[in-house]
Every structure is written in structure tokens, then in C-alpha cells.
Design a protein around this ligand. Structure first.
Ligand code: PLP
Length: 399
């Protein structure tokens, strides 16, 4: 037998972390890494936040799981917090980002199809955008035009049309009798930290209003304080109908959620959707601790300040290497370094030779997505490692 016990779908690297200390990871042989990857925008509070650990420990001792057959004081509390702090009137809890997007897709379809006398089964199509990433389930790979994720998994699910990201005309041209809504990342993450423009997001809102469409945002990566606002839609001066959130929400504990307005959730009636684990007391305790830490103006302002400082330092830095770097983009502590050369080998170089963890992304971009609790010391350490990495880097010869 040659297959590994872990199904070999990931080309895993040699870093094998066994312990986390604030913004650092320590691997099996004791090597320390500066973690500006945060488990892919997940560990908002770093790796050893006493409040988060305490909340999980306490809840684990008290009650871990009971299913959704029973009333949920823990779920009501977190849902109320999300409702109080966002556009949403109601929340469905999931265990992952892809499930949060799945729920959002179902919610948008049900808005049209399960609406009593207004119900229209022909409205099922979501207009999505090039280079989007929405997860790895059948519906969420179907929602992306990235064919590399489709290969081997045909047929794709019906009901998605792909428009050009950040191109309002291209989205408008796809609206037809089957359209149910738009599904868009306000800031593309995997696609290379590409923020949509304000005109584009406001234009989608206007088109949605005009045609009675659902504006569904995938904020799985950019949500939960990452950009210096609790949710990224706040940067755009728009109100969405449905938002999928996950990654940072549990600070490392697996949880996602579909947030919706009362109107948008009109089709999600008794028996239409469910999850065994979704919203279990342990997940609720973790996410409640995260929300308590991040959902306040003080914390959000700190994220914006740190983001601006990091960004201006990065802009200074790339000026020294005009042959390597094109630009810095993103918002808050969701930043991308777009390279002029292939970015993946540089990302590997930083990891293997300078113990600096970042995340590779599309469009030759390196994601700089640190824990939101970094301080001046971590920003300094990051720039030291990055500068040393750029100075020692030899662009590989094309094969
Ligand atoms: C990570 C991600 C997802 C999928 O989340 P999982 O928890 O991996 O299922 C969906 N959308 C976006 C924008 C993401 O970044």
C-alpha cells in the first residue's frame, strides 16, 4: 500500500507545528516561525489567547454538544451578538466556510422559490465572479470559474454564471429570468487579495434592488474584523441581504454562519435546512469569546491602525525591490504583496530560510494575514525577516 493514512490531497510542506505561542508557531524540532498566515486568516487572537482558551475549557467541562433538537441558550446569545453588530436579523450556524456559503446559496434560492404566492421555481441562478473561491463542496466549486477545482468532479451543479470580477457591466449583462442573485467576495482572498471597488459593490446593490435579486457576500475570509471593520461590507456603504462568515469567527475553533435579513430569510422555514453539529455549545462558546474580543470600536480601530502602519512599511520596503514587487493591496490586516515574478518560490524561501509564514495566493500574490493581536514587535520582526528574505532571494531560472 502506498497511499498515506492522511488522504493525499494536500502537498504539505515540511513545517510540522506542535505548539503555538501568541503570534509564533513551534514545530516538531523546536524551530520557531513568525505566523503571518494565522491558519489562513483564522487565528485572529493568536495561538494562546487566555480568554478564548478559558471559554472553550469551561464550556467543554459544562456541555459540549446536544444537537439542534433542543433549545439553545448558547446559540441565541451568539446570534443576538451577531444581529446587534451587523445588518443581519437572523443567523444559521455551520461548521465551516463552505457550509456557510452553501447555506447562503440555499437561502438566496429559497427567497425566490419558497415564498408562498410569490414563489418562482425558475429563479435559481447566482451570478458569481472570475477567480472567486467559495469552498470545496460541490455547490461551492460549481460557484467558481476556476476549472482546476472542477477537474475530476463532473458534473458541476447547475445554476451559476460567471461575470468578470469588479466589472459591473459584465454582471449586469448576465441578469435574466433565472437570476436569483449575486455571490461575491468583497475582497477576494485566494484570488490574490483583490478588493472590489466601491462603484462595483454599490452597483451590484443597485442592480439587486432593481431586479429583486439577493446580494450574497462571501465574507468567509475578509469578515470578523480582519479588514478593520467587523465585516468588509461596511467599507462600501452598502447593506447586503445575506453574508457567509467563518474563518476568523471561532479564532481556531471550526464554525461558520449564514447571516441574513428577515426578508432574505423568508424561504428558510421549518424543516428546510439543518446541521447536526452546527451551533453546538462548544462552538458558540469559542465564537462568543472571539466576538467579545473583536466586536468593539477600540479593537477595530487598532486593527485599522496596525494595518495602515504595516501597509506603509510594506510600501516603503517594496520600493527597495522594484524588480520583485509590484504593489501592496488589501484593507486592514488583510494585505497582499503582488509580485512581478512568480510569488510561490519567494513564499517558500521566506518560510524555509527565514522562518516567516505567509500564504500564497492567486495572481502572484503573497497574503500577509497576521493574527489581529500583533504588536509593534511582531511588525518589526516581520519586516526584518521579509527584508532579509528579499535580500537573500535569487529568482529561480525558468525551467
Ligand atoms: C476559506 C474560504 C471558504 C471556504 O471555507 P472552508 O472553511 O474551507 O470550507 C469560502 N469562501 C472564502 C472566501 C474563503 O476564503
Amino acid at each position: 500500500m502506498s497511499i498515506t493514512p492522511l488522504m493525499p490531497v494536500y502537498p504539505r510542506c515540511g513545517v510540522r507545528p506542535v505548539r503555538g505561542e501568541h503570534c509564533h508557531l513551534v514545530d516538531e524540532d523546536g524551530t520557531r516561525y513568525l505566523d503571518f498566515a494565522s491558519g489562513i486568516a483564522v487565528n485572529l487572537l493568536g495561538h494562546s489567547h487566555p480568554g478564548l482558551i478559558g471559554a472553550i475549557q469551561k464550556q467543554a467541562e459544562t456541555l459540549m454538544h446536544v444537537s439542534n433538537l433542543y433549545g439553545s441558550p448558547q446559540g441565541e446569545k451568539l446570534a443576538q451578538t451577531l444581529v446587534d453588530n451587523t445588518f443581519a436579523d437572523t443567523v444559521f450556524f455551520t461548521n465551516s466556510g463552505a457550509e456557510a456559503v452553501e447555506t447562503s446559496i440555499k437561502c438566496a434560492r429559497a427567497y425566490h422559490q419558497n415564498a408562498g404566492d410569490l414563489g418562482d421555481p425558475k429563479r435559481f441562478e447566482l451570478i458569481t465572479f472570475t477567480n472567486a473561491f467559495h469552498g470545496r463542496t460541490m455547490a461551492t466549486i460549481s460557484a467558481s470559474n476556476q476549472t482546476k477545482m472542477h477537474h475530476g468532479f463532473s458534473p458541476m451543479l447547475e445554476g451559476f454564471k460567471y461575470a468578470e470580477f469588479d466589472d459591473l457591466g459584465s454582471a449586469k449583462a448576465l441578469i435574466g429570468p433565472h437570476t436569483a442573485g449575486f455571490l461575491v467576495e468583497p475582497i477576494q482572498g485566494e484570488g490574490g487579495i483583490r478588493p472590489a471597488s466601491t462603484e462595483f459593490m454599490q452597483g451590484l446593490r443597485a442592480l439587486a434592488d432593481e431586479h429583486d435579486l439577493m446580494l450574497v457576500l462571501d465574507e468567509v475570509q475578509c469578515g470578523v474584523a480582519r479588514t478593520g471593520k467587523l465585516y468588509a461590507y461596511e467599507h462600501y456603504g452598502i447593506t447586503p441581504d445575506i453574508v457567509a462568515t467563518a474563518k476568523g469567527l471561532g479564532g481556531g475553533f471550526p464554525i461558520g454562519a449564514c447571516l441574513a435579513t428577515e426578508k432574505a430569510a423568508r424561504g428558510m422555514t421549518f424543516g428546510t435546512h439543518g446541521s447536526t453539529y452546527g451551533g453546538n455549545p462548544l462552538a458558540m462558546a469559542a465564537a462568543s469569546a472571539v466576538m467579545e474580543a473583536v466586536a468593539n470600536e477600540d479593537f477595530l480601530e487598532q486593527v485599522r491602525d496596525k494595518g495602515e502602519r504595516l501597509r506603509s512599511r510594506l510600501e516603503q520596503f517594496i520600493g527597495n525591490y522594484p524588480e520583485l514587487f509590484e504593489c501592496v493591496r488589501g484593507k486592514g490586516l488583510m494585505l497582499g504583496l503582488k509580485m512581478k515574478v512568480e510569488s510561490r518560490p519567494f513564499f517558500v524561501h521566506l518560510r524555509d530560510h527565514h522562518q516567516l509564514l505567509t500564504v500564497a495566493a492567486g495572481d502572484n500574490t503573497i497574503r500577509v494575514i497576521p493574527p489581529l493581536v500583533i504588536g509593534e514587535a511582531e511588525i518589526e520582526e516581520f519586516l526584518d525577516k521579509l527584508s532579509a528574505g528579499a535580500a537573500s532571494y535569487k529568482v529561480p531560472e525558468p525551467a
